[in-house]
Design a protein around this ligand. Structure first.
Ligand SMILES: [Ca+2]
Ligand SMILES: [Ca+2]
Length: 263
């Protein structure tokens, strides 16, 4: 049996050693926990930084989109202005016709049936006016008001299929685009009202249907003389600038263009 003194001699250091190990273990565990806390904190910081970066990028993308949209709008406006300028510069109408945008409008002052009116418009390379926009409609109404006519024929009919109104030249349904029917029209009033009229009594020339053999004044429409006028201007410019021998090739190109246009 071990002597008590010897027991104490070995037991006390053993207890001290065990306690030291416990302390060491706790200390090590604390370091791990601290290390985990640092990692989580770093990740949170990183996530916050990334979120801020995404927000910054989104703001830049939005700014770019707005800038692009405003530039697009500005360019569209410039193109529209340019188109109008070109149309104004090169569109000309026959004497007695009135230009609106790139088209010409002639008022038939003599009262004719719808069919005769269309035929007269065709003599001039056009047809009865077909309305595509409220602006054009207002322009045409004004032509009627200027003459004080009871009504003016326009180029629409449902003579082939009752109720199916189409434009004469395009054969497109009137219902697919702009229209200005007076309330209650078309009404086939009295039967067989198959031709389109801008009627004075309809709130100052809103549309109605009417018997095609009624005789009325009429509005003709034809395209502006864009290409022929443009070619004439090119030739005039050449004459004015005295460009002849130095531009034989260009003249040749002009001749080819004219040839193509005449076909
Ligand atoms: Ca009808
Ligand atoms: Ca009617």
């Amino acid at each position: 049996m071990m002597a008590p003194g010897l027991v104490l001699k070995w037991f006390v250091p053993f207890v001290v050693l065990v306690e030291a190990c416990k302390t060491s273990a706790l200390s090590h565990h604390g370091k791990e926990k601290k290390s985990d806390d640092v990692s989580v904190s770093s990740l949170e910081t990183l996530v916050q930084q990334q979120a801020a970066l995404i927000q910054t990028l989104q703001s830049k993308v939005t700014a770019l989109e707005n800038n692009f949209q405003s530039q697009l709008t500005a360019q569209a406006s410039r193109i529209s202005t340019l188109e109008n300028s070109v149309n104004n510069a090169v569109t000309s109408c026959p004497d007695g016709w009135t230009r609106f945008q790139s088209s010409c409008y002639g008022v038939g002052d003599e009262a004719l049936t719808f069919g005769d009116a269309q035929e007269v418009c065709e003599w001039f390379g056009g047809g009865l006016a077909e309305v595509e926009s409220s602006e054009e409609n207002e322009f045409i109404k004004q032509l009627g008001r200027s003459g004080g006519y009871t009504g003016t024929w326009l180029g629409g009919t449902d003579i082939i299929t009752e109720g199916h109104w189409v434009w004469l030249s395009s054969k497109e349904p009137i219902s697919q685009g702009f229209s200005d029917w007076y309330p209650g029209q078309p009404d086939q009033g009295g039967g067989d009202q198959d031709c389109l009229v801008a009627w004075k009594a309809h709130d100052s020339y809103r549309w109605g249907d009417l018997h095609c053999f009624t005789t009325l004044q009429f509005i003709c429409y034809k395209s502006g003389l864009f290409f022929s006028q443009l070619c004439a201007r090119m030739k005039t410019t050449d004459r004015l600038t005295g460009v002849n021998s130095d531009r034989r090739e260009t003249d040749r190109e002009t001749e080819i263009s004219q040839g193509l246009m005449e076909k």
